[in-house]
Design a binder for this molecule. Structure first.
Ligand SMILES: [Fe+2]
Length: 309
């Protein structure tokens, strides 16, 4: 089933204004936003819907009250939609909305949607670094960074959810063609759907008891410099860094996580590994040592001889 990845996520929040402003400051563009919330998008049209948690347009909430109300995946074509419909109709209710979204609920209770993707194809250079011996170099006289360089989220990358039974969750998504690219033993799998080579668009964190909900989502940036620039600007706007910047081990993605008024973390990421079906999944115990190659902490600008820290 040719699922490409999440096209958009739908949130039901307490403070719509704060969440919309947060996502604008994060770098998304409001497309259809009014006092009741709306849609904010990245450069390729993937994005986030913000509504008040009591908004009647939202799917029913999970019993845990998580703010994530729906994940809508983009698929390649009508055949993929049909295959998903056929598979999920075996054991659950599937409906097609007037918005062209095929809807069902997964085995954890998360509301899912599937539509022919509306993401726009991007033709934008990624970050290129100059390195002796490399055939790919930045163009002569082009600068590697600048104070006014854009650092805009390009595409919705992945979602991470807490689940009480990660094996059961993985088995459900395997029915839709997701494969495990790597695994944190006792925590959960990194899952890649068939329509992308990205290391993961979904990761589960096994939790004790009933805990269930979103931990974070993230958008891809052009490269590590954009992660640093966008994150630094975000800090300067007053938002609180949670974890990062750093570089993960499984997936090799650069990361920087922030607290948010959506009740989950929000990340910038870049330069994730790409895999195909020849890739052999690794298994690691999750720990500080295995979850990152290195970790930095943001600090205000200073220079030797300048103002003391
Ligand atoms: Fe992440």
């Amino acid at each position: 089933m040719n699922i490409i990845g999440p096209d958009y996520l739908v949130f039901g929040v307490d403070d719509v204004t704060a969440c919309v402003q947060y996502l604008i400051d994060y770098g998304l563009t409001p497309v259809d936003v009014d006092a009741t919330g709306g849609y904010l998008e990245a450069l390729d049209g993937t994005g986030i819907v913000i509504r008040h948690r009591g908004d009647a347009r939202l799917p029913a909430p999970l019993e845990t009250g998580t703010t994530l109300r729906e994940t809508v995946y983009g698929v390649a074509d009508e055949a993929a939609l049909h295959a998903i419909d056929t598979e999920l109709s075996k054991d659950r209710h599937v409906s097609l909305g007037e918005d062209g979204v095929l809807r069902a609920v997964d085995d954890m209770g998360f509301a899912l949607g599937f539509r022919i993707t509306q993401r726009r194809e991007l033709s934008l250079a990624g970050e290129v670094s100059n390195a002796p011996g490399s055939a790919t170099l930045r163009a002569i006289n082009s600068l590697g960074a600048s104070n006014d360089m854009p650092a805009r989220p390009r595409s919705l990358s992945h979602v991470v959810c807490f689940v009480p039974d990660a094996d059961k969750a993985e088995a459900f998504y395997a029915r839709l063609g997701f494969v495990c690219t790597d695994r944190f033993i006792g925590t959960g799998p990194f899952l890649r759907p068939a329509g992308t080579q990205d290391h993961h668009t979904l990761f589960f964190i096994q939790t004790p008891g009933f805990m269930k909900g979103i931990e974070h989502f993230t958008f891809h940036m052009a490269g590590p410099t954009e992660v640093m620039v966008a994150g630094s600007r975000f800090v300067e706007k007053g938002y609180q860094s949670f974890w990062g910047p750093g570089r993960h081990q499984l997936g090799s993605n650069w990361f920087w996580y922030f607290n948010s008024p959506m009740g989950c973390h929000v990340e910038y990421d870049a330069d994730m590994d790409l895999h195909d079906d020849t890739w052999q999944a690794r298994s690691e115990l999750s720990s500080a040592d295995t979850s990152q190659y290195f970790l930095f902490r943001h600090t205000e600008k200073w220079m030797p001889g300048g103002k003391p820290e």
